[in-house]
Design a protein around this ligand. Structure first.
Ligand code: PMP
Length: 300
């Protein structure tokens, strides 16, 4: 039988079809040539870790911390990486320069390649790539300053003995994509996860802070999700403003005490929040000041 099966439709634009350069396994490679085979282990079994970084005026914010987290994440997934911290930091700076993008988002990634097909990987080291492109703030400035609306996610952040939750690994992002899709379909900007215990955890790609009516700022203890690099930078900024920052377990009902709320993350930067489910906040002077001081700290 000679059945002709039509090709799957391709939808433009595609991230695969762009000009520029991607650092790929040690060489600056033309964007369209930075490819891998369909039998890539990472595609089948999520043996993938990555980073999200931003350059401001040619300088990558917290480059050392992000690069170290990439290596730590790879170690948690037992993916060998042949490049060291200094080599990867230099490669990242080269990508910013080669693409002539002083203000950009960067995506380093480490993944197991197509060396073997089974679950048990080969001893081959991970493949490493670093891409950069212009990606303005996750939320446009007008939406951002009014505050975004979040719904509660249907999914929960898993316990630390359920998944390698402290690595920035692709596998734990499945529920982020699903929660974000549902939120957007239902007219929200994003979703807020509770964790497996029902405590407030984080948004789909960002950590969360609340200013309570006692004048202090609270953020959930990151014991089953990413301890964000932006979160720690923002906590330092707030402490520098003379305001106490407390990391602790936060129950959803505690949010009735919150007057302001904002998200922090490399992509989201500092994004004020207007509501999480039934809880309303008033993005006010405090959030605005944190946004301003964060941009000063990044040099952006
Ligand atoms: N949580 C999740 C799920 C994220 O994807 C991110 C963004 N990397 C964060 C938190 C914030 O991390 P960072 O500030 O290090 O970018």
């Amino acid at each position: 039988m000679n059945t002709k099966i039509p090709a799957a439709p391709s939808i433009a634009p595609s991230m695969a079809d762009r000009d520029g350069f991607i650092w790929y396994n040690g060489a600056m490679t033309k964007w369209r040539d930075a490819n891998t085979h369909v039998l890539t282990h990472g595609l089948h079994y999520a043996s993938v870790v990555f980073e999200g970084e931003r350059a401001y005026n040619g300088k990558v914010f917290k480059l050392r911390e992000h690069t170290q987290r990439l290596l730590d994440s790879a170690k948690m997934l037992r993916i060998p990486v042949v490049y060291n911290l200094d080599q990867l930091m230099a490669a990242t700076n080269d990508v910013v320069k080669a693409n002539k993008l002083p203000n950009c988002y960067l995506r380093p990634i480490v993944f197991r390649g197509p060396e073997v097909a089974g679950l048990l990987p080969s001893a081959a080291p991970g493949h490493v790539a670093i891409a950069a492109w212009e990606w303005p703030s996750y939320f446009d400035m007008a939406t951002k300053m009014k505050g975004i609306r979040l719904q509660w996610a249907e999914w929960r952040r898993p316990a630390a003995n359920t998944a390698p939750v402290h690595s920035k690994c692709a596998g734990v992002y499945m529920i982020c994509t699903l929660a974000k899709m549902k939120a957007e379909e239902e007219g929200y900007n994003d979703a807020m996860f509770m964790d497996y215990r029902g405590l407030v955890a984080e948004a789909t790609g960002a950590n969360v802070f609340f200013k309570f009516n006692d004048g202090k700022v609270y953020t959930p203890t990151p014991d089953c999700f990413l301890n964000g690099i932006t979160k720690n930078a923002v906590a330092d900024i707030i402490r520098g403003m003379g305001v106490e920052v407390i990391e602790r377990a936060i129950k959803p009902e505690d949010l009735k005490n919150a007057t302001e709320c904002f998200l922090t993350g490399t992509a989201a930067e500092v994004t004020p929040v207007k509501s999480v489910g039934e809880y309303q906040f008033a993005p006010g002077d405090f959030s605005q000041l944190v946004v301003k001081k964060f941009y000063e700290a990044t040099g952006g």
